[in-house]
Design a binder for this molecule. Sequence first.
Ligand SMILES: Nc1ncnc2c1ncn2[C@@H]1O[C@H](COP(=O)(O)OP(=O)(O)OP(=O)(O)O)[C@@H](O)[C@H]1O
Ligand SMILES: [Mg+2]
Length: 407
Amino acid sequence: MNMAHNDRQMAALKTSEEKYRKMVEGANDAIFGIDPENATILYANQCAEEMCGYPRETLIGMKVWKLHPSDEEPQARRLFEEVVKSGKSYLREQHFVRRDGSRLTVDVSAVLISYGDKKLIQRICRDVTRRRLLEDELRRINENLERTVEERTAELKEKQTQLAQSEKMAALGSLVAGIAHEINTPLGALNSNNDMFIRLIGKLSDVLGEMKACGDLKANPELEKIFENIEKLNDINRTAAERIVKMVNSLRTFARLDKSEKDTVDIHEGIETTLTLVHHELKDRIEVVKNYGDIPKISCYPNQLNQVFMNLVVNACQAIDGKGTVTITTSEKDGNVIVEISDTGKGIPEEDLQKVFDPGFTTKGSGVGTGLGLSIVHQIVQEHQGEIEIDSKTGQGTTFRIILPVA
Ligand SMILES: Nc1ncnc2c1ncn2[C@@H]1O[C@H](COP(=O)(O)OP(=O)(O)OP(=O)(O)O)[C@@H](O)[C@H]1O
Ligand SMILES: [Mg+2]
């Protein structure tokens, strides 16, 4: 009875062992049976042979960690020993080195199983090399795509700012040109009338002098005082009128209607025009020192460069609390014209130096600065294939250096 029962049990065990072997042999993953005592491979299926490139005779008897690259052997060994000790399975991505030296990425799962009264470590290994390569490739493509989108967005943003700015400048240009024209006509009348007035007063004075000489008119100190005053007032009027004429001319230069035209110009003229326009900002507060060098005319968009000088000079003035100096230096070097605008203002903190050209970056508070000034400067200088540099020391001042190619 007992014998028959044992036989039946043995037969059942054999059949299930048979089934298990068939299943292992036909599997699409590499399967290894490993002796927990000495870590040698006891069996390997066909897929294991193909995966590692070794014939089964070589695999059997091999220490299991010899399948890994030598630098990963210690880790493979540790993992194996852990499974043996704890009986807990693991799933890990590891590497195999094939017989021909090529390297595979493999998902390895290891589990301790009981085999009759024996114990066995079973390792199932899936080759994921191709998948990993594809994933890496996909990640690279994704990163490239993200970078491209970022670059395109930045370009688009810059173009938008540029467009908004050139529209703004065009609008400002025609407004300024219109105003200059409007002022010019009555100014012409005032100027010629003033000249006439001066001449008439002169004549009147001559006539009165003759009358006095003939005794028709007694010497009248009050009348003389009136004449003196009239002359003084005339002088003041003339100076004021001259100033308005200069101002109007500056406005016209600034808003030159040929603004989209390239021209070969002396940029000292542009700087001078700008200084006239920002005169109100300078007043008695700021001394302007000009170190103009002997520079050639350069091919440029004069109006845009005026915009550059304007923004830099205004920034320089605004950086100075109370009294200070703005120095404008021009020179030529290696086929470039260099314009430096230095101030004795509060300087730019190190951490802001990278940001000052960002559109919208301002430290001047809302309503005071738009933070667009320097981003426009940057764009215009770039359009002229030029460069811009900043030297700044907090508490001492700042120098903006513009380097423009002559041709
Ligand atoms: N010469 C300078 N000295 C010190 N800081 C400066 C100077 N020029 C620019 N900056 C700093 O850079 C920031 C950006 O300047 P930007 O000309 O772009 O804008 P803004 O002057 O603030 O505004 P807006 O030009 O519209 O009036 C300023 O707010 C200021 O903090
Ligand atoms: Mg500014």
